[in-house]
Design a protein around this ligand. Structure first.
Ligand code: 5GP
Ligand code: MN
Ligand code: MN
Length: 329
C-alpha cells in the first residue's frame, strides 16, 4: 500500500511540479545511481522540473561523473525551496542529509527509498526494505510501477548502483532476484565490462600509492573480536594531501583491508577533520556491525556499517575493541 501511495504521489503532480531528489552525504554508486536513474524516469514521464542533490561539498566522485542524468544534479544551495514532492534515496537517517533534512520534513509528501536495517523511519511514504541489495532495486520497482520502460540510460544508473552495493555481485545480498534484475538492466544494451572498468578498476596513480601506504600500516590483532581477529588501519587528511587525492578515493579501501583471512572484523578510520573520523566497519558474519555503529550514532547493515568517531585513530580503535568485547561477551 506504500507502493501504491508512492505511485499516486507522483501521478497527482502536474508536469511542471518541482520535484526534489536527495541522496546521502558523500554519495556512493547506489545513492547517485538510484537517484539519477529515478530522475531520468521522471523526465520520461514528462516532468520538466526535476533536481537532484546531496548535502555538503558539491563533488561527484570521478567514476560517477559520467553517469547518465548527472545534469539533474545541483548543489545543495540550488535545491527547490518548496518542492511539491521530495524523494530520498539510500538515506538511513536524517543526519545523513545535513541541511536538506529540513526540506524533507517540510515537504507535503516525502517518499523514502532505502535498504538500511538501521533506517530511522522518517518520511511520509516509506519504501524501506532491508532485504534489498541496493536502493536501486527499490527505485527500479517504483519506475516499473509508474509504467516507465527501462532504457539504456536509466539501466546504467541502476546497474552501477546494484554493482557497487553488492561489491560486484559478491556480497551475501546477491540473490537470484539481483541477478534477474541485472539481466534485465544489461538487456537494454549495457556493456558490463566497460562499466566495471570505469567504476571499479580505474583510479589515479596517486590513489594507488595512497592505498599502498594505508594498507602498509594495517594492524592485525588475532586476539581481538572475541579471538576471531580484528584488522584495522587509518588514513589522515595529510595522507590525502600528500598524494593529491580527494577523500572519496578511500571509499572502497575497506575492501582490501577486510580480505585479511585472520580477521573477522575490519576497521578503517578515515580522517574528516581535526579529531573527527569517518569509521568503516565490516564483518564476516559473527558480529552485527550495524549494532556497534548504531551505539555510536551511526548505522548501516549487518556486515557493513559506519559511524563518526572522535579523537585520535587509536581512540577510535579502542572504542571499537571495547564495543566488540561487550558485544561478544
Ligand atoms: P561505508 O563504510 O562504506 O562508508 O558505509 C557502510 C554502510 O554503513 C553504508 O550502508 C552506510 O550507509 C552506513 N554508514 C556509514 N557511515 C554511517 C554513519 O555515519 N551513519 C549512518 N547512519 N550510517 C552510516
Ligand atoms: Mn550508500
Ligand atoms: Mn545503498
Amino acid at each position: 500500500e506504500q507502493w501504491e501511495a508512492a505511485v499516486a504521489a507522483v501521478r497527482a503532480l502536474g508536469g511542471d511540479a518541482g520535484i526534489q531528489l536527495i541522496c546521502h552525504v558523500s554519495p556512493d554508486g547506489d545513492a547517485l545511481g538510484s537517484m539519477l536513474g529515478f530522475g531520468l524516469a521522471l523526465r520520461r514521464l514528462g516532468f520538466t522540473r526535476v533536481r537532484a542533490t546531496f548535502p555538503g561539498e558539491f563533488r561527484v566522485p570521478t567514476p560517477y561523473a559520467e553517469l547518465p542524468g548527472v545534469d539533474l544534479l545541483v548543489p545543495e544551495a540550488e535545491a527547490f525551496t518548496d518542492p511539491a514532492l521530495v524523494l530520498v534515496f539510500d538515506v538511513a537517517a536524517e543526519s545523513r542529509m545535513g541541511g536538506l533534512a529540513g526540506l524533507v520534513a517540510a515537504a507535503p509528501v516525502s517518499v523514502v527509498l532505502d535498504h538500511h536495517a538501521s533506517n530511522t523511519g522518517f518520511g511520509t511514504i516509506r519504501l524501506v526494505d532491508p532485504r534489498a541489495a541496493a536502493t536501486s532495486v527499490l527505485a527500479e520497482q517504483l519506475v516499473t510501477r509508474l509504467g516507465v520502460p527501462l532504457d539504456a540510460e536509466i539501466a546504467e544508473c541502476f546497474y552501477v548502483a546494484l554493482a557497487t552495493d553488492t561489491g560486484s555481485f559478491k556480497f551475501e545480498a546477491t540473490t537470484v532476484a539481483v541477478h534477474e534484475l541485472a539481466a534485465r538492466l544489461i538487456a537494454t544494451g549495457l556493456r558490463p565490462g566497460d562499466i566495471s572498468r570505469r567504476i571499479f578498476d580505474t583510479r589515479p596513480f596517486g590513489a594507488m600509492k595512497l592505498t599502498g601506504e594505508v594498507l602498509g600500516r594495517a594492524v592485525l590483532e588475532p586476539s581481538a573480536a572475541g579471538g576471531r581477529g580484528l584488522v584495522w588501519t587509518y588514513a589522515t587528511l595529510a595522507d590525502l594531501e600528500r598524494h593529491d587525492q580527494p577523500p572519496y578515493v578511500l571509499d572502497t579501501l575497506i575492501d582490501p583491508v577486510r580480505s585479511a583471512a585472520e580477521a573477522d572484523v575490519a576497521l578503517l578510520v578515515k580522517q574528516v577533520a581535526e579529531r573527527e573520523w569517518a569509521v568503516s566497519l565490516r564483518s564476516k558474519g559473527a558480529v552485527d556491525v550495524s549494532r556497534l555503529a548504531m551505539s555510536q550514532g551511526g548505522g548501516g547493515h549487518r556486515l557493513a556499517a559506519g559511524f563518526t568517531g572522535y579523537g585520535e585513530p587509536g581512540d577510535v580503535v579502542d572504542t571499537v575493541r571495547r564495543l566488540l568485547d561487550d558485544y561478544l561477551s
